[in-house]
Design a protein around this ligand. Structure first.
Ligand SMILES: Nc1ncnc2c1ncn2[C@@H]1O[C@H](COP(=O)(O)OP(=O)(O)OP(=O)(O)O)[C@@H](O)[C@H]1O
Ligand SMILES: [Mg+2]
Length: 463
């Protein structure tokens, strides 16, 4: 991690209170469970061995990582040494956090410094970026003033809800700070004056609330947070909306951009639209996490991919799995195939209604379905700690059939959250093996080939 143009670090922290609803995360307490439908016991025991390390992990493992200076979870300071008010420390204890991660420790003093500084911050998936910017928002708002002061944008409905949950949990002891959700389905009457100090949402609805319904006075916003900032400013629809909001904000509004990925062109663009930002960046080789092991299978056809998947799936029900497909069509196909074979799977694609999406993700968080088949709509930000396996049913590619490096990294980052162990499998058609090499080169990492039918090889996966 390197920091460009580091600014003065000073303590800040307005007084404030909170009385928001408490968001139940519901994803910490799930334990492994056994599925008695499995038939092939040899296969089962091998793959069980393979992932056992993830299951017996304790906070002890995280503590060890937090003492290793090369780990993104490393910190020299405790939360108590950071400039945080005591109500927020209480919220952090509710979250069960012991020490800050590197990004939390580094970014918080910058975000809380006075005068406010803009920040473009990059840190690996699952390293606690959310709590970092949530603590900044909760520190900055003035609870005595009853109008929106912080806007936070995320690319998807699910992610906005998830961030809202973190705000509500960490902010539980700050009486009088409230949060509301600018997301599809949450209606507000035109001209209503919102009293909540923090508004979290997706760009389309937020745009509507700011300019059409005018329930948010953009001129009074003093902190603007973009999560998954690289796609928020670079992908077609999202960037038009996010940047329109960003341009309308007052001059002194503090802008905070967070993501695990910023390709160089996007970072350059971010630096252009945000004035004088401090930039925290990672080198490409720092991006992949050693706690996420990466493998690939070469398959000749969709059917062969499916068979390989079944080999994994039959044995990996202990944790949870996310399977990514490139298109809704292939996600639908896969879900039908798996359901016909008696597997209980959930599917999340953008065509579902918001109510269906909320239901699917909640059931998955609660462990009711162990497998979630998804398109890229779920590739970013979603934090379900018990996900031990990610499968790329196809590798993500762009319009030019080049690897979509960022999406690959975000997808595999759905596992291995905050130091937990995870495994990422990619199914690759023989003509696409070159994509794997390109990903390996790009991230200077190793993706090892496996034969899905070779049990000896699978056994070697255990480390
Ligand atoms: N200091 C901490 N100690 C222990 N756990 C933490 C700490 N900070 C965050 N976590 C946990 O780590 C997990 C990942 O955090 P978070 O979702 O913020 O990651 P992220 O950096 O936003 O990742 P992504 O790039 O995938 O969005 C969450 O479950 C969160 O509760
Ligand atoms: Mg995140």
């Amino acid at each position: 991690m390197t920091i460009d143009e580091p600014g003065a670090m000073a303590a800040a922290g307005d007084s404030g209170g909170w009385s928001g609803r408490v968001g139940g995360r519901g994803d910490e307490e799930k334990e492994e469970d056994d599925d008695d439908d499995r038939v092939d016991s040899a296969e089962t025991s091998l793959l069980n061995k393979l992932i056992r390390t993830s299951l017996v992990e304790s906070s002890h493992h995280v503590e060890i990582l937090q003492q290793d200076p090369s780990s993104p979870l490393f910190s020299v300071k405790t939360f108590e040494e950071l400039p945080l008010k005591k109500e927020l420390l209480q919220g952090i204890y509710i979250m069960g956090f012991n020490r800050p991660s590197k990004i939390q420790e580094t970014a918080l003093p910058i975000m809380l410094a006075y005068p406010p500084q803009n920040l473009i911050a990059q840190s690996q998936s699952g390293t606690g970026k959310t709590a970092a910017f949530v603590l900044a928002m909760l520190s900055r708002v003035n609870a005595a003033e009853k109008y929106p002061q912080c806007l936070c944008l995320a690319p998807t409905y699910e992610l906005a809800l998830q961030i809202g949950c973190v705000i509500e949990t960490i902010g539980r002891f700050c009486a009088d700070i409230k949060v509301t959700y600018a997301i599809r389905g949450n209606r507000v009457l035109q001209g209503t004056a919102l009293e909540e100090q923090i508004v979290i949402g997706t760009p389309g609805t937020m745009l509507d609330w700011c300019f059409k319904r005018r329930v948010v006075d953009v001129k009074k916003i003093n902190m603007f947070v973009l999560d998954e900032a690289d796609i928020m400013i670079d992908s077609q629809g999202l960037s038009y909306q996010s940047i329109r909001i960003q341009r309308a904000l007052p001059k002194g509004c503090q802008m905070l951009l967070f993501s695990a990925t910023f390709k160089e062109s996007v970072r350059a663009f971010a630096v252009q639209i945000i004035s004088n930002p401090i930039v925290i960046k990672l080198r490409e080789e720092e991006l992949t996490l050693s706690n996420i092991r990466q493998y690939f299978f070469v398959c000749r056809s969709r059917e062969e991919k499916y068979r390989a998947l079944c080999n994994i799936y039959g044995s990996v029900t202990i944790g949870q799995a996310m399977i990514f497909c490139q298109t809704r069509r292939s996600a639908d196909w896969l879900s039908v195939e798996m359901s016909q074979d008696g597997h209980q799977v959930a599917i999340l694609t953008a065509e579902l209604t918001v109510a269906q999406r909320a239901d699917v993700i909640q059931r998955f968080r609660d462990g009711k379905e162990k497998v979630l088949i998804a398109t890229n709509v779920c590739a970013r930000g979603i934090d379900v700690q018990q996900v031990t396996i990610v499968v790329n049913f196809s590798l993500p590619t762009d319009q030019n059939s080049e690897p979509d490096f960022e999406t690959y990294l975000h997808r595999i980052g759905r596992t291995g959250r905050f130091g937990k162990k995870g495994i990422a499998f990619s199914m690759v058609e023989s003509q696409n093996v070159g994509l794997v090499q390109m990903i390996e080169e790009h991230f200077q990492t190793k993706i090892k080939q496996l034969d899905p039918d070779d049990m000896d090889e699978l056994e070697k996966l255990e480390n």
